[in-house]
Design a protein around this ligand. Structure first.
Ligand code: GDP
Ligand code: MG
Length: 421
């Protein structure tokens, strides 16, 4: 069984939480895109973990975790992530972690460039996590990237670093800064040495595992609306967050997925800048943000919050090709007397339920419908008929509008806080 777990919205839907739960049924878990701009929170009997680079299956002892060629890896950050897990008693070894030799390295100068550019943009900024993601993917497509496999030949690596820093310094110097290639080489040597034992031909490993009949779970970062090609460009990330990319980013482009599980939040949240039609403001936003503890897992930034957005979510379901849905954080809404749902957008005086792009999206205003709240603590519910009828009504309403079956309803952050339909 080859399954992808992907985000339907703007990210932070609870993918890590769902991967942690469903990884019980899989042998291999593979992250296939993105870098340490991800923040996947997992809460289980071993504690609370925020994973940025490591696949969320790392907390299960019997799974193998793969970081695919579609990823960008800040070596220093990965070393500290592994160390943190070791301190918490989670073992990470070359047996349960395999890093693709084709994954790109996110270097200190990528971070530097990201910060300089966000600062230059000031109030026009994209809301980057400032972790170098856009510059490193940019370099990949400029064919000036460094891959994990390059760590095996330091002489050639040094030549490349010398050349790339010369090129980068042409612009960096105008900011009054300069990249020192020797420092970059030192950084690569220090952290590269620690990580080399984990390097492998991830695609070859995955192909072999699938041939042996192993089950593989592909874990995405962010959501459909942040996909570089199909999302709210340029307020997207710089990689492909879609399920269709899973096997490519994992190193096994010839394989076909059996199933795609889309994760969506029972309300909306969006970290960073960009159009967000269903956004709530003032007291409503404040109450929801506090109830859902909506602060970035990677950056601690307060997340923008809003009502569930049918227009954006249906688009997310379609672009992800989701077969089933996990609806998360329903418990958070128990305080609401009336639940706001954005059922359409008004653009230039006209109503639409088709997700617009570009300038039209920027002008979209939400049309809210209000459903009855359920007003009860639902965190102990484990069966669908234990949920209040208003909660079931809300789930059914969303399911019908997004045209995809909701299979899981998450009612808490813990591994077992789940209702399966
Ligand atoms: P990801 O990036 O998609 O993995 O999601 P994040 O980890 O960034 O954000 C989801 C947050 O919601 C985390 O803090 C989770 O622990 C928490 N969470 C996930 N599912 C639920 C749920 O059903 N109820 C509540 N209350 N919290 C949840
Ligand atoms: Mg997150």
């Amino acid at each position: 069984m080859l399954t992808a777990i992907v985000g339907i919205n703007w990210g932070d839907e609870g993918k890590g939480r769902m991967v942690d739960l469903l990884s019980r049924d899989y042998d291999v878990i593979c992250r296939y895109q993105g870098g340490n701009n991800a923040g996947h929170t997992v809460v289980n009997d071993r504690g609370k973990f925020i994973l940025n680079l490591l696949p969320s299956g790392i907390l299960r002892e019997d799974t193998v975790n793969v970081m695919g060629p579609g990823m960008v890896v800040d070596l220093q950050h990965l070393c500290s992530e592994i160390e943190t897990l070791h301190e918490k008693g989670v073992s990470v070894t070359p047996n349960n972690l395999k890093i693709s030799d084709k994954a790109f390295i996110c270097l200190p100068y990528h971070k530097q460039q990201d910060i300089l550019e966000e600062d230059r943009l000031a109030d026009k900024k994209y809301g980057s996590t400032r972790r170098g993601i856009a510059p490193v993917y940019g370099d990949k497509y400029m064919k000036k990237g460094i891959r994990i496999g390059d760590l095996t030949d330091f002489k050639t690596l040094e030549e490349k670093i010398n050349d790339y820093t010369t090129w980068k310094n042409l612009t960096i110097k105008s900011y009054g800064e300069e990249i020192n290639p020797r420092e970059i080489m030192q950084w690569l040597s220090e952290y590269g040495e620690k990580l080399l034992p984990y390097m492998s031909d991830a695609g070859g490993f995955l192909s072999g595992a699938v041939k042996q009949g192993k089950d593989v779970l592909f874990e995405a970062q962010l959501g459909a609306l942040r996909d570089i090609d199909y999302g709210i460009y340029p307020f997207t990330t710089s990689s492909q967050t879609l399920a269709a990319y899973a096997t490519i980013g994992a190193g096994v482009p010839g394989l076909k997925l059996d199933k795609t599980i889309g994760v969506m939040k029972a309300y909306s949240s969006c970290v960073g800048e960009g159009p967000f039609a269903a956004e709530l403001f003032g007291e409503d936003a404040h109450t929801l943000r506090e109830a859902g503890a909506e602060y970035g897992a990677a950056t601690k930034r307060p997340r923008r919050v809003g009502g569930f957005d049918i227009v954006a979510s249906r688009f997310g379901v379609q672009t992800q090709g989701a077969d089933e849905i996990a609806l998360t954080k329903l418990d958070v809404m128990s305080y609401m007397k009336k639940i706001p749902v954005c059922v359409a957008y008004e653009i230039d005086g006209e109503l639409t339920t088709t997700f617009p792009m570009g300038a039209r999206l920027m002008r979209a205003r939400p049309v809210f419908e209000y459903l009855d709240g359920f007003g009860k603590d639902i965190t102990k519910c484990r069966k669908i008929d234990e949920l209040p009828k208003e909660a079931i009504n809300y789930i059914n309403f969303i399911e019908k509008k997004i045209e995809c079956p909701i299979k899981y309803i998450s009612v808490g952050a813990g591994r077992d806080d789940i209702v399966t339909k």
